[in-house]
Design a protein around this ligand. Structure first.
Ligand SMILES: [Cu+2]
Length: 100
């Protein structure tokens, strides 16, 4: 435990990976903050396939079909706010706030 804390303290304040889990047809967490350069690491734990996309100008992406257990990565390149959504499941949404 102490060694782990020391290691964390030594890590430079650079880009982070932020885990997003798709579970029970929802994003977890449903709202998150990131900094420019951080990478969202999105894992689908559902039996159902998902397809994550962002429609917001300047952030738009389509991560393609994603089966159970598959992981997609999205590095945010611009400050702003956008929603992660899912092509086949219109109710799925997660708000992402990106700061410089
Ligand atoms: Cu979905």
């Amino acid at each position: 435990m102490l060694a782990g804390l020391a290691l964390l303290g030594a890590m430079p304040a650079t880009a982070a990976e932020i885990k997003v889990t798709i579970r029970d047809m929802m994003f977890e967490p449903a709202a998150l903050r990131a900094r420019v350069g951080d990478t969202l690491v999105i894992e689908n734990t559902d039996d159902t396939a998902h397809q994550v996309f962002v429609a917001t100008r300047g952030h738009s992406i389509d991560l393609g079909g994603q089966k159970k257990g598959e992981v997609r990565r999205y590095t945010v390149r611009q400050a702003g706010t956008f929603d992660l959504e899912c092509v086949p499941h219109g109710h799925m949404s997660a708000k992402v706030e990106v700061t410089p």
